[in-house]
Design a protein around this ligand. Structure first.
Ligand code: NAI
Ligand code: MG
Length: 354
């Protein structure tokens, strides 16, 4: 189990260190993990003059999975676009062909007060958004800004999906649903956009191979509304790149706690990049204040999706639930009556619970 550890910038090294402690604990108990570290983003620019340098490329390509903290920071704002830390992130995703982005939105009952929605609407929420990550209007050609036949300037992008691109992301969604509540909701705008009418047709065809999974379809505008009206109706949502970008951010915020949300981005062979949804939080970097749970839960997703070790994944997730039940809180999720802990203090608690 070869894992590339890319701490990145800001709080990245602090939160990744806690996830590494959790992995080291499992390794000490016999899980055959090999952990190697390399820089990405601003840290890599500082050391090698490139946000995704060759050493990191080599390590990332040879690894089975990658655990990433976060990249970026105000000190890099003046750099040319190609040298910016965020460019390192885009390049590694593209380099590894990571087309399936998995974003769970889980609200632990203990944190129901953190959501802006009523506790009864969100308590116990457990949605998985499967977003296609390498196609759609974000990549479709032609694109640009030009002067049209009427002599007026216009901007244009193209929404495109090939059949194989839709099939492979649909399969990811159905495979995941089989291990959950067995429900997939495919989100489209088939009443207006031919590209998504095609999406709907292909997803419906893939569903024939999954008789145990119940498939429904929803227009994206209605899905946006349903996510805040009655989010617990969803199990797995599968959708294209642009709709998924918006809906996954909306769904993640139902939980109200950015420090709790992991993510996975997978290729066709379940090689994956695992990272928290949040950024490098420069405002609290270096202060041992950050919440490491999103990164620790990303490590759990890695064991589940890349290494097929559901047992180990669940052990980590159970340990996280245990520390929340015991009342340990980092500052971002703190409520009175709980015990406030630092980033490393939360790591201590999770390792102890394991
Ligand atoms: P951010 O997610 O870093 O921070 C937003 C707010 O949430 C801040 O107040 C921060 O302190 C807080 N926060 C974030 N993670 C936290 C954690 N684990 N524990 C406690 N509090 C946490 O987003 P922001 O401020 O927009 O971006 C900061 C930098 O991060 C920028 O350079 C941005 O480009 C980069 N970024 C990187 C991402 C990545 O590496 N995947 C994703 C998003 C932003
Ligand atoms: Mg987004």
């Amino acid at each position: 189990m070869k894992i590339a550890i890319l701490p990145g910038d800001g709080i990245g090294p602090e939160i990744v260190a806690q996830a590494v402690r959790v992995l080291e604990k499992l390794k000490a108990e016999g899980l055959p993990l090999q952990l190697d570290t390399a820089p990405l983003g601003g840290a890599a620019y500082d050391q090698y003059g490139d946000p995704y340098p060759e050493v990191t490329q080599k390590l990332a390509r040879e690894a089975d999975a990658i655990l990433l903290g976060a990249v970026g920071g105000p000190q890099y704002d003046g750099l040319p676009r190609d040298m910016r830390p965020e460019r390192g992130l885009l390049r590694i995703r593209k380099d590894l062909g990571l087309f399936a982005n998995l974003r769970p939105a889980i609200l632990y009952p203990e944190l129901a007060g953190a959501s802006t929605l009523k506790p009864e609407v969100v308590s116990g929420l457990d949605i998985m958004i499967v977003r296609e990550l390498t196609g759609d209007i974000y990549f479709g050609q032609p694109r640009g800004i030009h002067v049209n036949e009427a002599g007026e300037r216009e901007g244009f992008n193209t929404m495109r999906y090939s059949e194989s691109e839709i099939r492979r992301i649909a399969k990811v969604a159905f495979d995941i649903a089989q291990k959950r509540q067995g429900k997939v909701c495919s989100v489209d705008k088939a009443n207006v956009l031919e590209c998504t009418e095609f999406w709907k047709e292909i997803v419906t065809d893939v569903a024939k191979d999954y008789p145990a999974v119940q498939l429904s379809h929803m227009y994206v505008d209605n899905a946006a509304m349903q996510l805040v009206r009655a989010p617990k109706q969803f199990d797995v949502i599968v959708t294209g790149n642009i709709f998924g970008d918006i809906l996954s951010d909306e769904a993640s915020m139902l939980t109200g706690s950015i420090g709790m949300l992991p993510s996975a981005s997978l290729d066709a062979n379940n090689k994956g990049l695992y990272e928290p949804c949040h950024g490098s939080a420069p405002d609290i970097a270096g202060k041992n204040l950050a919440n490491p749970l999103a990164t620790i839960l990303s490590a759990a997703m890695m064991l589940r999706y890349t290494f097929n070790r559901e047992d180990a994944a669940q052990r980590i997730e159970t340990a996280v639930k245990t520390v929340l039940q015991k009342g340990y809180r980092t500052a971002d999720i703190y409520e009175s009556g709980c015990e406030k802990v630092s980033c490393s203090g939360m790591g201590d608690a999770v390792v102890a619970a394991l």
